[in-house]
Design a protein around this ligand. Structure first.
Ligand SMILES: Nc1ncnc2c1ncn2[C@@H]1O[C@H](COP(=O)(O)OP(=O)(O)O)[C@@H](O)[C@H]1O
Ligand SMILES: [Mg+2]
Length: 156
């Protein structure tokens, strides 16, 4: 509907497009996994039932666009909620955390904010470590609807 409009709104729409979300995964991982970019086709201990992945992803993108246009949350909360919902969907067999953190970083930037830092610019969330533990604790709180810890971590 807005795809012909240039400027910030048009950019936000593009980023929150199913094609963009799916394409980003092979851009990150096509040298690692041949199947990169392919949606999950089996169940894991995290994630919606695999048959729901495409539907839930579309719902999330629609809801996030709505939240932006209607200023439902401030930028940080919106971005962190988006990240959490995206990892909960767990669209791909692997790489979901890294993919969803980069998506959130890009979204934050497109909304005019700085990139998220996820526990410290020099720290990495991927290896096992204290920040990784804090991240997982914050995600489990977010699973229960408490977003504060994850917002704080994303901006620390
Ligand atoms: N309780 C949870 N609630 C929501 N997301 C979670 C939870 N536990 C783990 N995750 C997410 O799942 C990711 C791990 O999934 P995975 O596909 O292996 O991603 P990656 O390979 O990038 O680490 C974690 O980085 C985190 O983002
Ligand atoms: Mg993994």
């Amino acid at each position: 509907m807005f795809s012909g409009i240039a400027g910030p709104l048009g950019k936000k729409r593009e980023l929150l497009d199913e094609g963009f979300v799916r394409e980003l995964h092979p851009q990150m991982f096509d040298r690692t996994w041949q199947w990169a970019g392919t949606l999950r086709q089996s169940n894991k201990n995290i994630g919606v039932d695999w048959t729901q992945v495409a539907v839930k992803l579309r719902d999330l993108l629609d809801n996030t666009r709505y939240q932006i246009e209607n200023h439902v949350f401030n930028e940080d909360e919106l971005t962190v909620r988006f990240h959490h919902q995206l990892v909960l969907i767990h669209a791909f067999p692997n790489g979901n955390g890294r993919h969803a953190r980069l998506m959130a970083d890009l979204l934050s930037t497109r909304l005019g904010g700085p990139r998220l830092t996820w526990g410290g610019a020099s720290a990495s969330l991927t290896p096992v470590g204290e920040i990784r533990d804090r991240y997982l604790v914050a995600l489990r709180a977010a699973d229960q609807g408490r977003m504060d810890g994850l917002i704080e971590l994303a901006r620390s």
